[in-house]
Write a protein that binds this ligand. Structure first.
Ligand code: TNX
Length: 553
């Protein structure tokens, strides 16, 4: 009870602006080191922004900051690409330093009453410093139009030293169950970048829809991107099924994909495309039934779930996948391509004379090993092109000494962390994405008050509590844990607002899990920074959940 009162009081104070100490440094994810200083730095029309003359990437970073500040405040800062002149008067300087300890993403930022100096070794470090700068400014810095009321465009002085705990910081979005337009994907990427994520995992294909144009196989989008109608209601077979009666569809042209890839790169975000194999493939089979084990007919799924009709490991199926991946590789920067691998039932393979003959011919013991063969085949081809595969943790299930996915395959541990630990012990790189913590399609509050979601309960505090360093893994295995990702499956998320509601603020907790050092991670401190996050999300016109407060009210 007392805790509740304190929390409300704290919230009230921070929102009303009395508790500067709490809100002045509300950076998420929390920096490795932040020392408060006396005084304030004010942006004015005479603030000069300095970047090294020959560095176009830094000029772009500085230019974007100047533009955003101008949009919101009307202030016009001058960009001076002049390395040598000493800063005179009020200035923001970007200074490249050779300091290996900062890595590629680290930065230092010294904010004094008359100057801000950002030091980093690489452009990404400067980009992240600027993201912190945005979060130190009043939330209305994100206003898309000039703010009319007077705002104090100043920052409390401080010194920050910061760099990420993990190099892979991912957020995923399933655009197959429901489709989201390019404009939304760009907004999603903006928010990722603001919270220092550097990977967007684009789940582009599934049973319910194929969403990327492939020129050689036009039916993938002509047929596979459409479905007759969509299930509203429950996931499980035993639950009542109800459909919306509306035809549904959507896909990205290659032109649009290129545009998004470029947009992401400008935000220091790499996109990893996922092409699901051999399961979750009904949209492929609807378009090209010849890649299935039976004659079909097949239809793009209208229900959610796991389907028995999967890709059949014919030679022609591998040719098809290589053709598809060739076009995919021409669109994305690499080096990773996600080939799915999850939830592939083996019933069709058990019934297929072709598969049974193949199992005997390859001297495999069962259909699980056939999936390993399938993955290993794709992996070998992908690797020969200089790319690497990522797969859901099932890709290891059928491994045997004879058939083994190449050591270069990275495993996404989603069925808990055990599979990830096992993979790391086998010297595979691992991305931790355990369902119990990192599935943002789960409920975040009392389900009787919430829109329909996937059955489980994963509130903000639970997501925040996740520590990606497994205790029982020796250092040789720890080095294989590349980082953390949260997944956003969209069976129940039909609109952009619904997606945002599920993602925020939980993605902010994910950002802190993967960026912030364990000794700096602090749940009460995070909750003190939440009101400022909410004000930023308001300014950015992002829908979010206040469940954390409601649960405690
Ligand atoms: C499992 S996680 C799936 C998805 C579903 C999700 C629902 C994973 C690799 N596969 O196909 O959308 O559960 O939470």
């Amino acid at each position: 009870m007392t805790g509740t009162i304190c929390l409300w009081l704290g919230l009230l104070l921070s929102i009303s602006g009395f508790s500067q100490a709490d809100t002045a440094y509300a950076v998420i994810p929390r920096p490795a080191k932040l020392e408060a200083r006396a005084g304030r730095f004010s942006f004015t029309n005479s603030t000069v922004v300095r970047t090294p003359a020959a560095n176009s990437e830094l000029k772009t970073i500085a230019g974007n900051f100047i533009r955003q500040l101008h949009t919101a405040s009307g202030l016009t800062l001058q960009l001076q690409p002049e390395p040598k002149t000493a800063p005179a008067g009020n200035s923001l300087s970007l200074v490249v330093i050779e300091d290996a300890s900062l890595g590629t993403e680290g930065y230092r930022m010294d904010i004094k009453p008359t100057s801000i100096t950002i030091e980093a070794a690489k452009p990404a470090g400067f980009f992240y410093a600027v993201q912190s700068l945005y979060q130190l400014l009043p939330p209305r810095i994100f206003s898309p139009t000039p703010v009319t009321e007077p705002v104090d465009w100043s920052i409390r002085a401080c010194r920050i030293e910061d760099q990420p705990r993990y190099g892979y910081r991912g957020l995923h979005l399933d655009v197959a169950r429901h489709f989201f337009p390019v404009s939304f994907i760009k907004k999603y990427i903006d928010l990722l970048a603001l919270h220092k994520f550097n990977v967007f995992h684009w789940h582009l294909t599934d049973d319910q829809g194929w969403r990327i144009e492939i020129k050689k196989y036009p039916k993938l989008t002509q047929v596979g991107s459409r479905r007759k109608e969509t299930l509203i209601g429950h996931y499980y077979e035993s639950d009542p099924h109800q459909f919306d009666g509306q035809p549904y569809g959507g896909f990205y042209t290659q032109e649009e994909v290129r545009e998004v890839v470029q947009y992401a790169a400008a935000n220091y975000v790499t996109i990893i495309p996922e092409i699901e194999t051999p399961g979750h493939a009904l949209a492929i089979l609807a378009a090209y039934p010849e890649f299935g084990c039976s004659d079909g007919p097949y239809e793009t799924a209208t229900k959610w779930g796991i389907f028995n009709d999967v890709l059949c490991p014919y030679e022609k199926t591998f040719t098809f996948l290589e053709d598809v991946l060739t076009e995919v590789m021409a669109l994305f920067p690499g080096p990773y391509i996600h080939i799915g691998g999850d939830e592939c039932p083996k019933i069709a393979w058990k019934k297929s004379p072709y598969c049974q003959t193949l199992i005997r011919k390859l001297k495999l013991q069962n259909e699980n090993q056939l999936q390993s063969y399938f993955t290993a085949r794709i992996d070998k081809w992908v690797t020969s092109k200089g790319w690497k595969i990522i797969g859901w943790d099932e890709i290891l299930d059928g491994n045997s000494p004879a058939i083994r996915v190449s050591p270069g395959a990275t495993v996404m541990s989603w069925r808990g962390i055990g599979k990830g630990i096992q993979a790391a012990r086998q010297n595979h790189d691992v991305i931790m994405t355990p369902g119990d913590f990192m599935y943002l399609d789960h409920y975040q509050a009392d389900r009787s008050q919430e829109p329909l979601a996937f059955g489980r309960f994963t509130p903000l505090e639970k997501t925040y509590s996740y520590d990606p360093t497994p205790e029982d893994l020796p250092a040789s295995g720890q080095k294989h844990i590349l980082g953390v990702q949260a997944n956003v499956w969209t069976e129940y998320l039909k609109t952009a607002e619904q997606v945002e509601y599920m993602v925020w603020p939980r993605a902010a907790a994910v950002a802190e899990v993967v960026w912030t050092l364990p000794e700096q991670k602090n749940w009460p401190d995070f909750t003190h920074r939440l009101p400022m996050l909410f004000r930023r999300l308001d300014a950015l016109q992002v829908t979010y959940s206040r469940a954390y407060y409601d649960v405690r009210a």
